[in-house]
Structure formats: structure tokens, C-alpha cells
Design a protein around this ligand. Sequence first.
Ligand code: ADP
Length: 400
Amino acid sequence: MSLILVLNSGSSSIKYELIDMAGPVTVAEGLVERIGEETSRVEHVAQGMSYLIERPLVDHRAGLAAMAEAFDATVPVDPAALTAVGHRVVHGGDRFSQPAVIDDEVLDAIRECIPLAPLHNPANLTGIEVALQAFPDCPHVAVFDTAFHQTMPPASYRYAIDREVAAAHRIRRYGFHGTSHAFVSRRAAEFLDIPLDTSRIITLHLGNGASACAIRNGASIDTSMGLTPLAGLVMGTRSGDIDPGALLHLLREGMSVEDVDSLLNKRSGMKGLTGDNDLRQVHAAAATGDAHAVEALEVYVHAIRHYVGAYLAELGGADALVFTAGVGENDAAVREAVCAGLAPLGIAIDAGKNASTRGPNEVVNLTARGAPVQVLVVPTNEELEIATQSLASVRSSAIE
Ligand code: ADP
């Protein structure tokens, strides 16, 4: 039996899932939230049992201790039975193209990437440091959101700015959501029974954060996020692509760097255009004739189609177009609008299949009869991908 504990540590939260890779099946999962506040809580679900802890948890160490308490109260797990702890790490810079078994050198390298992800990497590191103490007897593996995209060629990752400035500040396209793009592209190839290593797949991860990826022969060759997760598609609260001159203009007009940061990351995207970041609410508003909501959906879809077109050109066509994450998996109207009128490019979906309900984790093929590009809904599972990569990493380091 291989038990992998997956940890995704944020600044005030720890999302966790214990996966028995023999299934694979989820043994337990939960969320420690509002760490450092009076109202901290742990919501834990194990084999149908729910368990709630509500008490102040001062730091991540207390958070992990509360998680262990929730396990003890539901499905006790002997820490010695863990094969590995897999950690989600947002930014691995250009240093990591694979997951890495964590040692001091890897910790230093993650630390060196803090300037590239000042909000995420410090929290990821705190989670790792605390977990190393809580689970000292098994290997810990860092799985990076950026790693999958390290196969991009310079034509995709290079920004056309002064080389020395770019090198000094490590400015280039890195891309994110790598575990999700890797997971759904692999599943798509399995589902279609085509070899991943001779395939062309476009994946659309449309959640609160959103990104598109062009995948040739199983490797990312381009993606819409950039140096940071701000670039590319219109997101829940993030702007996506915007002329960098607009930032300069705002700064010159007197906005502070912090204001611009919060504008682009927290008050833009669907939130900025409609007041709500949740597509369900935006659709509801659009249905009542709210002009801003109608327009915002058009802007949202326009950005996605822009990347689908670009990636069809880069890949020279596609075998599959994959929708995933909250919006991609659930929003038939967005999928329909993205694919509308693309039959000349090989993309056409069946309205009935697009509207059909789907079981959890079920892949659905939406392709209209005769259309060459297979359009799929593939539910993502980033935790399972982190666990899979962690296990592979531990096994290959044992062989070395
Ligand atoms: P995250 O990026 O935070 O992991 P998810 O992938 O779960 O998020 O996506 C969350 C978003 O998915 C929500 O904000 C909402 O906009 C959208 N969403 C979820 N369910 C639906 C639905 N049934 N219809 C349309 N949009 C949905």
C-alpha cells in the first residue's frame, strides 16, 4: 500500500488529502483555514465521516497538529505508514522541471524563488518546514506548478525585453497550473486511446484562476500565464492580459504599486467587470439583462478563443481540446460560446452532449459527429497528480 499525504499550504490555510495510491482512493481530505485568527477551523472528511474542529490555531504547526487530531478521531493513520508527503509549490523558477525530493538544497532553491512568487512560496515553505518536523520519517516531495511548462521553447517563454534586465530579474514566461494541465492531457489521451507522445492537445483550465496550454507529444510548448499567474485569460478576480503600458499609466497617474497590484489581482477579471467573480452569479445577472454581465461573458470567452486560435496555429491543429476546473467542467454555456463557429477549424460540439450531466470524475466527449478535434470535459485532480508525481519521484530517487 502506498499512502501519500498531499499538502497545499497557503498563507492562512492548509488543504490536505491522504490518498491510497493502490486505488487510487481518497482516504481523507480536509481544509485547515483562518490560521492565525480567532475563528480558525478544520473541516475534515474521512470515508463519509465529517469532523469539525473550531478553535484558534496560532500557526501552521498548530494547524497540522489539528489535522492529525482530525485523523485520530476518524481514520487514525500511523505516520510510519506514509510513503511520502507531497507538497504543492507554486514557483520553481527555471530550476525545477520535475518534482524534487526535499533536502536542504531544494529548500534553498524554493527560497530563492520567493521574489518570483512573494505571496505563495513563503507559505509553501512554511508548510514544508512544519510538515518535515511533523512527519520526519518519510520523504517529502515538492511538486511545482511551473515545472510542466519548463519544456516550452524560447519562442514561447522569452519576453522581448533587454536580455540583461530579463536575466538579472529572471523575467520570462514560466506558466502555472502545470499539475492540472499534465493530469487532464494525460487523461484525455487515455480516454481517446491515442498515444500521448504523438498528440496535440489544447487544455483550458478555467477555475478562479485560469490558463490555457498547448501540449505537443505530452510536453507543454506554450501557456497563457507568464512570469506570474496574472497573465493570459480573464479570471475570477485577475485581469489576464493587459497592455503593460496601462500599468505605467496608472503609476504615473498616482496609483501606488500596492494599489495596482490589488487592482489587477483582486479587483479585476469578472469581479472587476461585474462585481462578482463567480460565473454562476454572472450568468444569473446576464439572464436578467444586466448589460455589464452580458459584456463580461463576451470578454471572458473572447480571451479563451484568442488562445485556442493561437494554439491551433502553434500546434498545426489539435487532436483534442480539453475543458477542466470549476468553469470548464460545469459551465456548458461558456463551452458552447468558446466552440461556436469554429467548425472550419475542426471544432464543433454536440449541444445535447454539452448539456448532459456528468458523474464525478467522469470524462465526457462533447464532439459533434464528424468533427476532427475531440472536445472533452476532463475533471481535474491536482491532488492526485501531486500524489502520483510524488510517488514516482520517491521511487526513482530510491533506484538512483
Ligand atoms: P479554484 O481555481 O479556486 O480551484 P475551481 O476550479 O473550483 O476554483 O473553480 C471555481 C469557479 O468555478 C467558481 O468561482 C465559479 O466561477 C466556477 N463554477 C463552479 N461551478 C460552476 C457552475 N456550475 N457553473 C458555472 N461556473 C461554475
